[in-house]
Design a protein around this ligand. Structure first.
Ligand SMILES: [Zn+2]
Ligand SMILES: [Zn+2]
Length: 391
């Protein structure tokens, strides 16, 4: 039933079946302000080719948009004049979204501005962080202060998540939504030493997923169809919210709606925020802030993976060359040399009878003694190992 399949190259692999007793954990609150939603982005069409000196109805709304996403000071002079402040904001926006930097509202820029997008601001974190990796420029960012999940000094980290039983959309069956989130969490887990465990205990879960419409109590209201699609909060808040007013799709083959938004793509993006990633300037990255209707974008790119591994280290079974085979476990040795962890966690569901999570933890190059030092994972999880073996 349980096999050691990790790290085939390793001479000695320990295979452990661990039973973790769960305990309820408090979730830190503290939303970072995002301003208000509800902007009428479709009206920006009339701003085509506006530039410094232009005076067009709609520029005041555009200034609110730029302030909303971190490109202008809030409460600046919101009149209909294209002044130097708006020009500077447009240039910052074009830079952060990897558009040609023209300082005017050309069609590529307006098309991007009107695209549906994530509600998390673009400039909350360390600004235009550009890190060189082997000659390529990485475009990932973090939240301010680079917050991340921690449990103890030793990996793996195990986080529980729950999909709200009440904050739902009626046309998507709960098992379908849960399957989407299982796949989305698994993609991130394949890259980093974090295990995600689904739980029915919504109140006690580290990560709380729900669909909400309009003003839903966290100071960051949703805005109806399209526009803002969802948002999530930085670690260790754990809230992941999707706009219930969208037409969410799980399979475009059976849903022809022109404005349908792919649930799995947005789920994968928002989990990146839950883990501590900000928006990426790389248009192909999952963490790029916008997505088109009927676009599917679920595969992590090198930029996404390098960003999240900068926060947590690498899952020892992960290699960048395996990115094209997302979802399958690679048996090849890791492609990068700087791992802080030698663990991979595979989780099964919460057992109601046993009141426990079942986990399989694989490792390579690990001795039994090291294992016993890890019997206490985090402040609330009790671990007992049942079996060790070598292969
Ligand atoms: Zn986002
Ligand atoms: Zn919310």
């Amino acid at each position: 039933m349980f096999r050691c399949r990790g790290a085939a190259a390793a001479a000695a692999a320990a295979c452990l079946l661990l039973l973790l007793a769960a305990a309820s954990r408090g979730v830190a609150h503290g939303a970072h302000g995002h301003g208000h939603g509800g902007v009428a982005w479709h009206s920006f069409k009339q701003l085509l080719d506006a530039r410094r000196g232009s005076r067009v109805t709609g520029l005041a709304e555009l200034k609110r948009y730029m302030a909303r996403f971190g490109y202008m000071a809030k409460n600046s002079d919101n009149d209909e004049a294209f002044d130097e402040h708006l020009e500077a904001a447009v240039m910052r926006y074009q830079t952060r979204l990897s558009l040609p930097v023209t300082g005017r509202l050309d069609s590529a820029t307006l098309d991007q501005i009107m695209s549906p997008r994530c509600g998390v601001t673009d400039a909350d974190g360390d600004g235009d962080r550009a890190t060189s990796h082997g000659g390529a420029v990485s475009r990932f960012t973090f939240f301010k202060g680079e917050p991340r999940w921690t449990r103890s000094d030793v990996p793996p980290i195990v986080l529980t998540y729950a999909v709200s039983p009440t904050a739902t959309v009626d046309y998507l069956p709960p098992p379908t939504v849960r399957a989407v989130f299982q796949r989305a969490f698994a993609r991130w887990a394949s890259a980093i030493p974090i295990g995600f465990v689904e739980t029915d205990d919504y109140a006690g879960a580290d990560i709380k997923v729900g669909f909400y419409a309009g003003n839903h109590g966290d100071g960051v209201p949703f805005d109806g169809p399209l526009g803002i699609l969802g948002h999530a909060f930085s670690p260790k808040n754990g809230r992941l919210h999707l706009d219930a007013s969208e037409h969410w799709a799980v399979d475009f083959a059976v849903d022809a709606t022109a404005t349908a938004i792919d649930l799995e793509s947005v789920a994968t993006h928002e989990i990146g925020h839950v883990l501590g990633l900000g928006h990426s300037a790389s248009p192909r990255a999952v963490m790029y802030p916008s997505i088109k209707p009927r676009e599917k974008k679920v595969k992590l790119t090198v930029d996404d993976v390098e960003g999240v591994q900068a926060l947590y280290g690498s899952n020892p079974q992960f290699s960048l060359s395996s990115l094209s085979e997302q979802g399958s476990t690679s048996s090849s040795p890791p492609g990068r040399g700087s791992f802080s962890s030698r663990w991979i966690v595979t989780v099964t569901r919460w057992s109601e009878e046993a009141k426990r999570f079942q986990l399989q933890i694989y490792s390579s190059g690990m001795t039994t003694k090291q294992v016993s030092q890890r019997e206490q994972i985090g402040e609330n999880l009790q671990v007992e190992h049942q079996q060790t073996s070598t292969s």
